[in-house]
Design a protein around this ligand. Sequence first.
Ligand SMILES: [Zn+2]
Length: 194
Amino acid sequence: MKQLRHLTPLFLAIFLSSTISIVAQNRTVLAEAERISGDKFGFVVRTPMGAAVYGVKRPSAKVLAAVDSGLTDLFAIGRKNKYKKRLSYSDYTIYIANADRTKNIDGNYSPDIAVDAAQYAGSIYDKGGYIYASGMIVALNPCAFLIAEHTKEFTRISEVVRYEGEHLVLYHNDRQRYSETADHSKGGGHPILN
Ligand SMILES: [Zn+2]
């Protein structure tokens, strides 16, 4: 506590309460990620660039590098579109859930998570109350999303990170465009930003 010695008690109280609220906020998001995926995230690490990654297993260096690469692409395209908010690695939390399938309907490698159909019920995506998704937003603020665990083809991780991140960058920088592109059951996919 040596470095806090010069802080006034009031400042210290504010500092501690905001730290506690961030912890509470993160716990709420973690609980939501666990509810959506049905998984328990026993590991949390930072990527070399500073994003938080939760995993059912300990995420490998290759996975973390792929996450950073996807965020780098996202921030570049965000800046190109004159967006300024939430373009820092530390703004993002990524949950890596167990894949509920590893091949898509065409037989290609595609680790996906099964999530409640919700607004996709009755659409072409509906597999009987659930849909397969490569990624899923967990929280808009703080920025958090789920992806499925990959055992190969890690560039796919970069792509999913960039694509899910698009929704979050739009939410914080262009609310109208966010609303127009958030729900893929009405058509439209990724990339949204070019
Ligand atoms: Zn999307």
